[in-house]
Design a protein around this ligand. Structure first.
Ligand code: ZN
Length: 451
């Protein structure tokens, strides 16, 4: 069960409680709702020296979606989980558009100047804004969660596979088969090295097997330089033949294969720079930080026979993962980064020409775009209750994006705020164990706003 965060009246974080317990506290007036997303209640009394159990925050960073899970190491319980959708492409598009508009304006209104290019300086740790935003999103949530519950440690999936472990493949009895942790690391490594394709025929998107260039029956070793990936038909066709015999007619492919096998995948190709920046910034938060590899995450998840979800992957990051992860009834919170509006003063058409009036005030009748509101419409044709993210207009007639689509022309008089805009939109995910993963996946592509 996803738990509810609890603060005391001084906003000191306490242990999260079961939603039923929170309901009792709210009903008997001992607490009030502090925040809707993530659901947090605030007690009406101060607790002196409370006994709190620190939780571990586990993060599986992804380019589109980052999984976050709060796990109690002692009991193995997943306390809370979320999936954070980033807005990388949106940022890139907005910046490209801005650049085009500025270039157009310079062409139209400025005399010719020689291009200047050596006056640009970037800080040494500069990252493209789209990547910077991913890192910032994760840091934002680590900081927000640290204010809502007591964090004791962090786990981060830092690398896809553990190169350090694979630096010594000659250690006897290297197991390349599925089922061992080392096997998972090797597989991840080979998938990356051989571009997730069959080394012989180049087919993609089919199950691939670890393949020995020189068959083990002929004295081939388990070293990484003797391993590649093959699809089932190729693997069967090759059997124990020598590679030179199997690829007799294809000299080019043979040469390429042997050269590729000798190379080592190292450094930049194996390690994602965004994750390193995230690692360094998380270290500054001051919690003990454990690093895991993608191979280890997959191993942990498969060993516990858990389905593939971002938040479940997050719960499986690192060696500290408890033997049994208790996650019955967890409902992940789906958070989508939306940004905080734009600084652009008015809209432009496709040629960069201003096509709207200057933007008005951000706040209209006490609401701003991005607030989550509840509108109870009592008159007119749109009678009903609508809950969702609001888009404000200076006229006071708002649009609300609900679970079932966008509703236009709702007067501000009917709206009450549920949660003020904080740069994210929220949806409730699918309860763990309730539906089949495929159903859950199709459901997830349709979500847009909370209900
Ligand atoms: Zn093949």
């Amino acid at each position: 069960m996803s738990k509810v965060f609890v603060l005391d009246t001084e906003k000191q974080p306490l242990d999260p409680v079961h939603p039923g317990h929170a309901r009792i506290l709210l009903d008997c007036g001992k607490a009030a709702v502090f925040k809707r997303y993530p659901f947090t209640i605030i007690l009406k009394a101060a607790i002196k020296n409370p006994e709190v159990h620190p939780l571990r925050i586990k993060i599986d960073p992804g380019s589109q979606t980052t999984g976050i899970a709060l796990v109690d190491d002692g009991s193995g319980k997943v306390v809370w989980a979320a999936e954070l959708a980033h807005r990388g492409q949106t940022i890139k598009k907005a910046l490209d558009q801005r650049r085009a508009v500025r270039r157009g304006r310079r062409q139209r209104t400025t005399r010719y100047r020689r291009p200047r290019f050596q006056n640009r300086r970037r800080p040494s740790r500069w990252m493209p804004p789209s990547l910077e935003s991913r890192v910032a999103n994760v840091l934002t949530w680590v900081k927000r969660l640290a204010r809502l519950c007591s964090l004791g440690a962090m786990s981060l999936e830092l690398v896809k596979f553990d190169l350090q472990q694979m630096d010594h493949p000659e250690i006897s009895g290297m197991e390349y088969q599925q089922g061992t942790l080392f096997g998972y690391e090797v597989r991840e490594y080979l998938l990356e090295k051989w571009d997730r394709a069959c080394s012989y025929c180049g087919i993609k998107g089919v199950p691939l097997q670890v393949e020995h260039l020189q068959a083990k029956a002929n004295g081939g070793t388990d070293r990484l330089s003797n391993l590649c990936l093959a699809c089932d038909p190729c693997n069967k066709a090759k059997g124990t033949q020598e590679i030179q015999v199997f690829l007799a007619g294809q000299a080019d492919l043979l040469a390429h294969l042997l050269a590729q096998a000798k190379t080592h995948l190292k450094g930049a190709s194996a390690i994602n720079s965004t994750r390193w920046v995230l690692y360094e910034r998380l270290k500054q938060e001051g919690f003990p930080l454990e690093c895991g590899s993608g191979g280890l995450t997959k191993f942990n998840r498969t060993q516990r026979s858990l389905p593939k979800e971002h938040w479940i992957d997050a719960a499986c990051v690192g060696r500290s993962t408890p033997h049994v992860l208790k996650m019955a009834g967890i409902v992940p919170l789906l958070m989508t980064a939306t940004g905080h509006g734009s600084r652009q003063k008015c809209n432009v058409n496709e040629t960069g020409f201003p096509c709207s009036r200057p933007k008005g005030a951000k706040k209209v009748k006490g609401f701003q775009t991005g607030d989550i509101v509840r509108a109870t419409v009592t008159t007119g044709t749109k009678q009903g209750i609508y809950v969702g993210r609001v888009l404000v207009r200076a006229s006071g007639s708002f649009d609300i994006r609900t679970k079932h689509g966008r509703v236009q022309g709702i007067s501000h008089r009917f709206c009450t705020p549920v949660q003020r805009s904080d740069g994210y939109n929220y949806t409730i995910g699918v309860r763990y164990g309730q539906e089949s993963p495929s159903q859950a996946a199709s459901e997830r592509t349709h979500h847009s706003s909370p209900g």
